[in-house]
Design a protein around this ligand. Structure first.
Ligand code: AMP
Length: 596
């Protein structure tokens, strides 16, 4: 099953052949062609579209034919920059069907992030749309996409555009293709499935790390299919023929695994939802549970904290009898939030911990294998295939129960986990792997604690990654973007604990023109400009909550920014050991700025 001849590169099911789309769609046609496969609801546009397995298959065939007509074949990359619409799922599945590698970029990211991904993945084709709508606001994609392509060195051959008639979309003839027109040419398309080696890549998904450059997490084909199929039974306890609603976005790993591939591989109907959980009111998600008889639901704790501010009666007015459990992941599930929602809907809550790199839960309650007790605040025990270690940071030894350490995984990683960093094996090895006690171990970059029963508790990141409303962001990327403003000399961005979103990004910056930020009006103007820069380059998702202007930043004598000390001060904690600090007054300035 496993070739681990070249650690830490694990090759699962070498010699086997597979196709994710075949397993997600075609395999079910004989038994389930009339069963719902994809349910799309947009409360933004007031539309509901449903596709049974036969209809989903036909749409994937058409999309695959469009791609093939543009010369896309096995191993070619296709970038998908799409709102939450069915065509995004067709595009992902069509890539898998013809052996192309998809790279979905979260549509909350803007031109610079997108350009970076284009240059790294070098897609032959980009699939996009005119706009998305969120909270009643239309976000135009085409200008961001055009700017990204202008910035990128590597240009795609074609751009395929879905027109939702939400925003004007100027198109360049011969380069920008209209999806509706192309689809009409391939209505009866029959495109054979391209079998891949189990170890061939299925997709690349970019995620933030300690540097300013995102990493392309590369996933395989066979191992991923096996991991998802297994997790649907062991963790989600979901059966073929049932309905699953994962309220996430296809641009995140949760969307890849549990909006698209997991439920479909398991022969379920999957619900895809565009909008926030509170429009038109907080009852919306729960009304979908009633209407589509949803059995398993999955979202992030932030969404629940948003609901918690509203009237719980709205949750209770719907018939939730079909729902078996609610799964929550992406950030820490605090005990009050977990118990509030558990009581409000009267269903079991399953916390699970994982990351883009793993592709499926690392820690969870695997009730589908064996009933086990849930402990508030803990995502549970390691899932099958993960051998976890809690390593003492100072000595590298195993932590005792209750002792804080770095959460690591003994190699090889489980099936479904990242194979490597796209195009950069050396970065995969140097970023994640270290030798602990003579064994190669993968670092999750999370602090953790294990109790005497072996249950893990997650305590945040050891690196510069922050988690805002379960959106993973690299503080270095935000710092680089802020620094590109001509008036910014230096900047430090830290993640600060926040009630609703778990964390928020706060920036401390030194202006090149100190006299400009002497007045409150000057500070506000520059702060506004800096925010706009981040919006334009990275997207509003990465915009810091505040950027303060100071005249010095706390640094070590060797010139390294003391991020942890700034974070501690911003969270009103004591900043710890400051003996290496160059200029203590700098930290006092940060304190003062926050007070104001
Ligand atoms: P992402 O790669 O975007 O899925 O983010 C992964 C990170 O989110 C992890 O490294 C954790 O810091 C955090 N995370 C995910 N799930 C949980 C959870 N159940 N409890 C605590 N933190 C979590």
């Amino acid at each position: 099953m496993l070739d681990y001849g070249q650690p830490p590169f694990a090759r699962w099911f070498p010699g086997g052949q597979a196709n994710l789309c075949y397993n997600a769609v075609e395999r079910h046609l004989a038994e389930r062609s009339g069963q719902l496969a994809l349910i799309h609801v947009s409360t933004e546009t007031g539309s509901e579209r449903v596709f049974n397995y036969a209809e989903l298959h036909a749409e994937v065939q058409r999309m695959a034919a469009i791609m093939q007509a543009q010369g896309v074949g096995k191993g070619d990359r296709v970038q998908i920059y799409m709102p939450m619409i069915p065509e995004a799922v067709f595009a992902m599945l069509a890539c898998a069907h013809i052996g192309a590698i998809h790279s979905v970029v979260f549509s909350g990211f803007a031109s610079l992030s997108l350009a970076w991904c284009i240059d790294d993945a070098r897609p032959r084709l980009i699939v996009s749309a005119d706009a998305s709508s969120r909270g009643g606001k239309v976000v135009e994609y085409k200008p961001l996409l055009d700017e990204a392509i202008r910035l990128a060195e590597s240009k795609p051959e074609k751009v395929l555009l879905v027109d939702r008639a939400l925003a004007p979309m100027p198109r360049e003839a011969g380069w920008d293709l209209d999806y509706a027109a192309e689809r009409a040419k391939h209505m009866d398309a029959e495109v054979p499935c391209v079998w891949l080696d189990s170890t061939d890549p299925s997709y690349i998904l970019y995620t933030s790390g300690t540097t300013g450059k995102p990493k392309g997490v590369q996933r395989d084909t066979g191992g991923y299919a096996v991991a998802l199929a297994a997790s649907m039974r062991s963790i989600f306890r979901a059966q073929p023929g049932e309905t699953m609603f994962t309220a996430s976005d296809i641009g995140w790993v949760v969307g890849h695994s549990y909006i698209v591939y997991g439920p479909l591989i398991n022969g379920m109907a999957t619900v895809m939802y565009e909008d926030t959980p509170i429009r038109p009111d907080v009852g919306i998600w729960w009304s979908l549970v009633e209407k589509y008889r949803i059995n398993a639901m999955f979202t992030a704790p932030t969404a629940i904290r948003v609901l918690k501010r509203k009237d719980p009666a709205l949750l209770k007015k719907h018939d939730l009898s079909s729902l078996n459990r609610l799964l929550l992941a992406g950030e820490q599930l605090d005990e009050p939030t977990g118990s509030w929602i558990g009581e409000a809907i009267g269903k079991p809550i399953v916390d699970n911990y994982w990351q883009t790199e793993s592709g499926w839960p690392i820690l969870a309650n695997q009730g589908g294998i064996e009933e086990m007790v849930s402990k508030p605040g803990s995502p549970g025990l390691p899932s099958c295939g993960y051998r976890m270690r809690l390593v003492n940071e100072a000595g590298g030894g195993e932590c005792a129960p209750g002792e804080k350490g770095v959460l690591m995984i003994d190699g090889p990683l489980s099936p479904g986990c990242m194979q490597t960093v796209w195009g950069d094996d050396a970065r995969f090895v140097s970023t994640y792997w270290t030798e602990v006690g003579g064994k190669l171990c993968y670092s999750t970059f999370n602090w953790g604690i294990r109790d005497a029963d072996g249950y893990f508790f997650i305590l945040g990141r050891t690196d510069d990654v922050i988690n805002v409303a379960s959106h993973r962001l690299g503080t270095r990327e935000i710092e680089e973007s802020i620094s590109s403003h001509p008036q910014v000399a230096e900047v430090a961005v830290v993640g600060v604990a926040a009630k609703l979103k778990g964390q928020m990004a706060i920036g401390f910056s030194i202006s090149r023109k100190p006299e400009f930020v002497e007045t409150e009006a000057g500070c506000m103007q520059l702060e506004g400009e800096v925010m706009q820069t981040v919006d334009r380059q990275l997207g509003a998702v990465a915009r810091p909550a505040r950027v303060f202007f100071v005249s010095a930043l706390p640094k070590t004598r060797s010139g390294k920014l003391l991020h942890r000390a700034m974070q501690a001060v911003a969270e009103r904690r004591t900043p710890g050991d400051l003996t290496t600090m160059e200029e203590p007054a700098a930290l006092a300035q940060i304190q003062q700025a926050l007070k104001v």
